[in-house]
Design a protein around this ligand. Structure first.
Ligand code: GUN
Length: 284
């Protein structure tokens, strides 16, 4: 029977720590970290994510502003807005919610965000920092995954880690962070020939493919650690990339979906906002 990694509780503990630190910061600096979120258009999922980010910031005592722009904003106008916020001393964390409308190049916009306000950790310099082992801003989902593994006391050194999915937001940075901890890392993607062969060898599986119930009990060895990054909406229900019911008797550690990596992502975003504040105020 697996030990369940309770992402909801872990995220609550992180939020409590952030809240305490924000209270100290308020006393020390006479101000609190401020996260600005730019939302373009009316994608319902994005609207709901953005609202949750603002709510959790405010609950932790931080300031948060949503700047909502119409879908027809031009790339130039969006870049000008990012640059204004880059230069605004009252703003410590800045993110542009993705996806953006097709006429806007996401990479150009992300590359414009100042690296020390880039709470998403998506700027190429923050991505590069993961690859070189420097201390940059680590993207929220990968950071949440690593916090879960650490909190469960899992020693990664020399372990066979198998990451399924190679997105810039999840799979690739997670693989690099596992490598940094001296795991032996294999990365799979949609063209991988034999998923099961690699999965069977793995001590740790991180599933971030966005395919419901992709990882099944027949694919894994007894005692595997499984982290499920997938959040798939199927017939109105949230389902992970891992068959939780099938695996909970075979794995040694596993988080549920929902209540696993999801809550950890926003908690990690709050940590990143705090970190950006400390970097920026430390420089002033
Ligand atoms: N869209 C889906 N996930 C994310 C995220 O983590 N950050 C941003 N900016 N957009 C997203």
């Amino acid at each position: 029977m697996a030990e369940i990694i309770d992402g909801k509780q872990l995220a609550k503990d992180i939020r409590a720590k952030v809240t305490d630190r924000v209270a100290d910061i308020k006393e020390q600096y006479g101000k609190v970290p401020h996260l600005v979120v730019i939302l373009v258009g009316d994608n319902p999922a994005s609207q709901s994510y953005v609202k949750r980010k603002k709510r959790d910031c405010e609950r932790a005592g931080m300031k948060s502003t949503i700047i909502h722009k119409d879908t027809d904003i031009t790339e130039k106008e969006l870049i000008d807005l990012v640059q204004r916020l880059n230069d605004d001393n009252d703003v410590h964390g800045l993110l542009v919610q993705l996806p953006l409308p097709d006429h806007i190049n996401e990479n150009i916009v992300i590359n414009t965000i100042r690296k020390d306000k880039d709470v998403d950790g998506f700027h190429p310099l923050n991505i590069a920092a993961i690859h070189t082992g420097e201390h940059g801003i680590v993207p929220a989902t990968p950071k949440g995954v690593m916090t879960m593994l650490k909190s469960a006391g899992i020693d990664l050194v020399g372990q066979e880690a198998f990451v399924i999915g190679c997105s810039n937001i999840a799979g690739k940075p997670i693989a690099m962070l596992l490598l940094e901890e001296k795991a032996t890392v294999t990365i799979a993607h949609s063209k991988t020939r034999d998923l099961k062969k690699h999965a069977k060898e793995a001590d740790i599986i991180v599933a971030a493919a966005g395919v419901p119930n992709l990882v099944t009990p027949d694919m894994v060895k007894e005692g595997v650690v499984v982290i499920d990054v997938g959040i798939n909406r199927v017939e109105g229900k949230l389902i992970g990339d891992v068959d939780f019911e099938g695996l909970k008797d075979k794995a040694s550690y596993i988080p549920p979906v929902p209540g696993g990596v999801g809550p950890m992502t926003i908690a990690s975003l709050l940590e990143n906002t705090l970190e950006c504040f400390e970097i920026l105020e430390g420089k002033r």
